[in-house]
Ligand binder design. Structure first.
Ligand code: GLC
Length: 532
């Protein structure tokens, strides 16, 4: 009984009402605008220099590397030009030691080695062709780069991007901590290691996973208006959306094509409200934050994403286990247990270890609607070394886990709803009756039961969206964003390279613009080789 009462009290702490959602959206819009106006605000609002989304007709073979939170993925993508693609990929777990290595070289070396293995396995022709070319490099034409594979580098951390393949790491998130890399151009770090292995690969584009998701969604399901937002709800959470250039008031230092009047912005909403003006904060959130590698940062992410939900639950369970008046995972004798056994929790249970509770078990809890919660109880046994948990234990576990999951989904609606309102599309007659398309990816949105439904329910409660507006928000899974999306941006980068005038063309253009024809021919000999 004491356990049930205490559970109720805890569940109430994770309640996030419709009113809270609306207060959250207001503040989200304020901080979003602040991020568009100046650098150094809590939501970074990073300009990506990507000014158009694809329409599905793009073609070509590209490589993509995705350094996300948990895994490294290397893939090649053949874009077929008809909204379809073929993808070959390999995946490797990122060794924990590399996430907190002394120098970034160890991490980037690991990535380059994985690229090498991938090319040798899946694109040996390119590899061999390139090696042969190197051997014949002495020919008068010198080395040409036909065999070079262009690579889109999905680097899902906050980066100050200054060009399509140049960006300086602002800070690590999701448990990574290699101080040496901060402030460095991550594309150059990767290219250096690729060059050391003599691979025929050019890091052509730097992509956040959310931008990739937005691109992939636009490529595979083009509507009349294209996708508005790409969002990740996985290990971390973040979103990238299309913003009007006229609303970006801070200085744009890189080169970009302004013909569309729009640019994709990487919000880095994981850091929304680091100052905790409106985010719900329980004592458990405070404890988790204090014990994280980056206290005070990514405060929204720490309440929403998969990496943290299991840990919040674990911290709550530990507090319950410490309270001797509440008998969690403990009973007096077998007569109190409907399985006629006695419950014990092993000292080596993940519940007693930091990060020891994998969020995946929260999905099991949410899904188990059997009368005796048998599936969840088995899982508690196999995953968390709780021997013979009672029904009351499982009920408490399920109620608290669901409350944490539901709060996360409703908080997600704050971000998605905020972006929809910011776009103005719901009230713009040009988009009347058009769906507002949102591409999402990540373990949470894919596997946590009813995450999207809970998000949708909260969207309906937002002033300015309502039932009718929420109906128009189409949230669809966009898998492979970091592969296909990165490939698409590598393609954009290649087009930009091709479009870029050679030095001679530029000088001729300048000459004609200035009507300096009478100055005579430009001496082509003075044009440096590298620029041609
Ligand atoms: C973290 C990163 C962000 C990324 C997100 C999802 O929030 O800072 O760049 O997009 O995780 O992977």
């Amino acid at each position: 009984m004491a356990l049930a009462t205490e559970t109720k009290r805890l569940v109430a702490q994770f309640e996030y009402t419709d009113e809270d959602v609306n207060i959250g959206v207001k503040e989200f819009l304020r901080q979003l605008d602040e991020g568009l106006s100046k650098n150094g605000s809590s939501m970074s609002q990073i300009p990506t220099y990507v000014t158009a989304v694809p329409n599905g007709t793009e073609k070509g073979l590209y490589l993509a590397v995705d350094l996300g939170g948990t895994n490294l993925r290397v893939c090649s993508v053949r874009l077929n030009g008809d909204n379809s693609f073929n993808l070959t990929y390999s995946k490797a777990a990122i060794p924990k030691a590399l996430m907190v290595a002394k120098t970034s070289r160890e991490l980037f070396q690991f990535i380059a080695q994985n690229i090498e293995t991938f090319i040798k396995t899946h694109h040996y022709d390119h590899y061999e062709h390139h090696i042969r070319r190197r051997e014949t490099m002495s020919n008068p034409e010198g080395y040409r780069d036909e065999a070079i594979l262009r690579l889109g580098f999905t680097f899902s951390f906050p980066v100050r991007q200054v060009g399509i393949n140049k960006g300086y790491l602002i800070r690590w998130t999701k448990g990574f901590d290699i101080p040496d890399a901060i402030g460095k151009d991550v594309c150059a770090l990767l290219q250096d290691e690729i060059n050391l292995l003599h691979l025929p690969v050019k890091v052509a584009a730097l992509v956040n996973d959310t931008v990739g998701t937005l691109m992939a969604r636009s490529y595979t399901s083009p509507g009349k208006t294209g996708a508005l937002l790409g969002a990740i709800f996985g290990t971390g959470t973040n979103g990238a959306y299309i913003e009007k250039l006229s609303s970006i008031k801070k200085e744009l230092e890189g080169v970009y094509d302004d013909s569309t009047g729009e640019m994709v912005i990487n919000t880095e909403w994981g850091s929304f409200d680091n100052q905790l003006n409106v985010l719900p904060t329980t004592t458990f959130d405070v404890k988790l934050d204090l014990e994280s590698v980056n206290p005070g940062i990514q405060m929204f992410e720490k309440r929403v994403s998969g990496m943290f939900l299991g840990e919040i639950l674990r911290v709550v369970l530990v507090s319950l286990l410490q309270d001797k008046s509440v008998q969690l995972f403990h009973d007096d004798n077998s007569s109190h247990n409907d399985w006629k056994s006695t419950t014990t929790i092993a000292p080596e249970s993940g519940i007693f270890k930091k990060w020891g509770l994998d969020s995946a078990i929260m999905s099991v809890a949410a899904l188990d609607n059997t009368p005796d919660l048998g599936t969840l109880r088995q899982e508690l046994d196999s995953q968390l070394d709780v021997y013979s948990p009672s029904m009351e234990d499982a009920q408490a576990f399920k109620a608290i886990a669901c409350a944490i999951g539901r709060r996360a989904a409703r908080l997600s609606a704050v971000a998605v709803g905020g972006i929809v309102l910011q776009s103005g599309k719901l009230t713009d007659p040009a988009y009347a009756d058009q769906p507002i398309d949102v591409g999402v990816d990540g373990s949470l949105v894919e596997h946590y039961p009813h995450f999207r439904t809970m998000m949708h329910d909260a969207l309906k409660a937002i002033d300015g969206i309502g039932e009718a507006g929420a109906e128009r928000i189409r949230i669809g899974i966009a898998k492979d964003g970091s592969g296909v999306g990165a490939a698409l941006i590598a393609l954009v980068a290649q087009r930009m390279e091709e479009k870029q005038p050679t030095a001679i063309e530029s000088m001729q253009q300048v000459r004609s613009e200035l009507s300096l024809k009478n100055l005579g021919a430009i001496d082509e000999a003075v044009v440096p080789d590298a620029a041609v």
